[in-house]
Design a protein. Sequence first.
Length: 94
Amino acid sequence: MPNHAHVLFPQLHSVAVSHSKGLIATACRATTPEHAGIKLYETSTWQPFGQTLLGHQLTITRIAFSPDDKYILSVSRDRIWCLFEFMDGKAVIY
């Protein structure tokens, strides 16, 4: 079986798993805002879930789900943090 990890996760930098184990959040090395996003995947199908969560300028260094999986907190090398809330199946940034 070919290894596609380098295609799906180029220079993977941060990973978090939801407490329900239903979602995995990933972030790769980024030098531009359009690459500094969090991608979510459903663990039951390994398919993307929703849109890429944007809000950072540089590489995201940490991702964490809240205990109830309602929020995702991220921090990055741009020295800011972003808080995303899941509402109606979508993530909204604060």
